[in-house]
Design a protein around this ligand. Structure first.
Ligand code: SF4
Ligand code: SF4
Ligand code: F3S
Length: 263
């Protein structure tokens, strides 16, 4: 693996908050530095690259002529895409140009996979996920707001190591990380099974760590690796820290989830 040429990557940022990048750079197993220095050549990314302006645009053009791509963020399609422009081009134009020569597209986070908060009603910019705009290319959907850093790193390592797309489910998500519900590996699950629930966030049951279903936890209908891999180097996840899962990896969770209502 160390002797392979590094896989060139263009990491685009459109309508998003950049926390998917923040999550990625905190991956500890594998270390993100090992991925960036040994496995991929991250030729363009607004967040991490030293170059800016014309230099940055030239780097993207050079790489596009030769190689591939990744994406963070949704794409506004209202008003000819005017709501998100970079270097004089709309996000949609940049996406289409970059996708043309890409071996595969990785849609990082719920913005790129589902539209996320920008696509919530009334979706004034007509924010649209990648899979509804690009066809004819493999698209790996890695939802979550953000996805777990080690999940993102794991997807990259799979592509680099095997030269193939990881096995995906019917929604284009890597099965290795999205085949189980958060509920299936939750440490509060014995309380759920025993019918012992938190009724309000300041009651005795909350202090004792009972199940958060009645205060809105969406773990039973959310597919993600938060229970197995956890966050912050495998230390915790939202439920362990006392807040129910809001279903951040599920489509339309802002509109459909009724965040603090029982599912
Ligand atoms: Fe930010 Fe969430 Fe969008 Fe990632 S999916 S860029 S964390 S809003
Ligand atoms: Fe399921 Fe949520 Fe209860 Fe955990 S806290 S057992 S995920 S309902
Ligand atoms: Fe998101 Fe639920 Fe995990 S809110 S971070 S899928 S526990």
């Amino acid at each position: 693996l160390m002797n392979k040429p590094r896989l060139p990557v263009i990491w685009l940022h459109f309508q998003e908050c950049t926390c998917c990048s923040e999550s990625f750079i905190r991956s500890s197993h594998p270390m993100v530095a090992d991925i960036l220095l040994d496995q991929i050549s991250l030729d363009y990314t607004e967040t991490l690259m030293a170059a800016s302006g014309f230099q940055a645009e030239a780097a993207m053009q050079d790489t596009m002529k030769k190689y591939k791509g990744e994406l963070e963020g949704s794409i506004p399609t209202a008003a000819d895409g005017v709501y998100c422009c970079i270097g004089g081009k709309s996000a949609l134009q940049i996406l289409e140009e970059t996708a043309a020569n890409a071996k595969a597209i990785i849609a990082w986070g719920s913005c790129a996979t589902h539209g996320c908060v920008q696509a919530a009603k009334p979706n004034p910019t007509k924010a649209t996920p990648v899979r509804k705009l690009i066809s004819g290319k493999p698209i790996i959907n890695v939802p979550g707001c953000p996805p777990i850093g080690e999940v993102m790193a794991g997807v990259i390592v799979h592509v680099v190591t095997f030269g193939t797309i990881p096995e995906l489910d019917s929604l284009g998500r890597p099965k290795a990380f999205y085949s189980k519900r958060v509920h299936d590996s939750c440490q509060r699950r014995p309380y759920y099974d025993a019918g012992m629930f938190v009724e309000s966030f300041d009651d005795e049951a909350a202090k004792k760590g009972y199940c958060l279903y009645k205060v809105g936890c969406k773990g039973p209908s959310t597919y993600n690796a938060c229970g197995v891999m956890k966050w912050n180097n495998g230390v915790s996840n939202p439920i362990i820290s006392g807040h129910g899962c809001i279903g951040c990896s599920e489509e339309n969770y802002w509109d459909n989830g009724r965040l603090y209502e029982r599912a």
